[in-house]
Design a protein around this ligand. Structure first.
Ligand code: 13P
Length: 273
């Protein structure tokens, strides 16, 4: 998926999932739009849903029952250790991110290599992170620390990782002020590596910066918070107008149209439609 996106100068969305409904809405909308999709699952979201095996079986069940024909990648977002990545792979995930970016680059390379070796024996792809993406993921806060070209090249050569998320100023969650992405370094890293680059923290990045990032080689963009906010606003409205409706299917489902609209907007932007 990502190699095609890199060649075609578009970006595949990773939409993070939080529950059955989220997953169903994303699959339905992406099937309607006929685009390949990456379902991102953080360790916290997986725990919330019951575990990696539950998530994997749920996704496989939805693909079958909803007659989904588009390519679907089930991806562990920010796997924090080899053991966590292994568990996801053994449970049926088709791709994992090992995020060893909290360690010095040598240790990051060592852990990433271990994950890549295990994954590639099983036809599973691996994403790694260099530098620190800011904001908070599953409640863990990070300072922004930009990736260097040397670290990216060294990690790629030593590990053979399939895609790379170089931290270049983006943050998870909402930005304080406007995002300030280092496009120059993004392009430099892209021109120096044969693998696709990933942009985390897609929420709140203005459309023109998303387009610029894609032109600088970004082939995958992660979106989580934006779908949560779209859902939350719609559900708040519904609850305000229908305080006596207690059927969870109606309450949770009242966010469906808003999530699908947010998904459509991202697809149009990422696929240059
Ligand atoms: P946002 O929550 O900012 O959209 O970031 C999502 C992300 O990067 C998941 O890895």
């Amino acid at each position: 998926m990502l190699q095609d996106a890199k060649k075609g100068k578009y970006a595949i969305p990773q939409f993070n999932i939080n529950n059955l409904e989220w997953t169903k809405y994303i699959l339905e909308e992406c099937e309607k739009e006929k685009i390949p999709i990456i379902l991102g699952v953080s360790e916290g979201a997986s725990k919330y849903m019951g575990g990696y095996f539950v998530v994997s079986q749920m996704v496989q069940g939805l693909i079958k029952d909803l007659n989904i024909t588009i390519p679907v990648c089930l991806h562990l977002d920010h796997g924090s250790s080899f053991e966590s990545c292994k568990k996801a792979m053994d449970s049926g995930f088709t791709s994992v991110m090992i995020d060893a970016s909290k360690f010095a680059i040598d240790k990051n390379i060592e852990i990433t290599k271990k994950v890549v070796d295990y994954a590639h024996e099983r036809g599973i792809s691996v994403e790694a992170e260099v530098g620190h993406i800011g904001g908070s993921e599953d409640g863990v806060s990070n300072e922004i620390y930009h990736a260097t070209l040397d670290d990216c090249i060294n990690l790629y050569i030593a590990t053979g990782v399939d895609s790379l998320a170089p931290a270049l100023g983006s943050v998870h969650g909402l930005y304080k002020g406007l995002p300030n992405l280092n496009f120059e370094r993004m392009k430099l890293i892209n021109d120096s590596l044969p693998i696709p680059l990933v942009l985390h923290g897609g929420t709140g990045i203005p459309d023109k910066d998303i387009k610029k990032a894609i032109s600088c080689g970004i082939s995958k963009i992660n979106i989580n918070t934006e779908l949560q906010i779209a859902w939350h606003n719609a559900v708040l409205e519904f609850v305000k107008e229908n305080p006596n409706v207690y059927d969870p299917r109606k309450v949770i489902g009242s966010g469906q149209a808003a999530i699908k609209k947010a998904i459509d907007d991202k697809i149009n932007l990422f696929f240059n439609r």
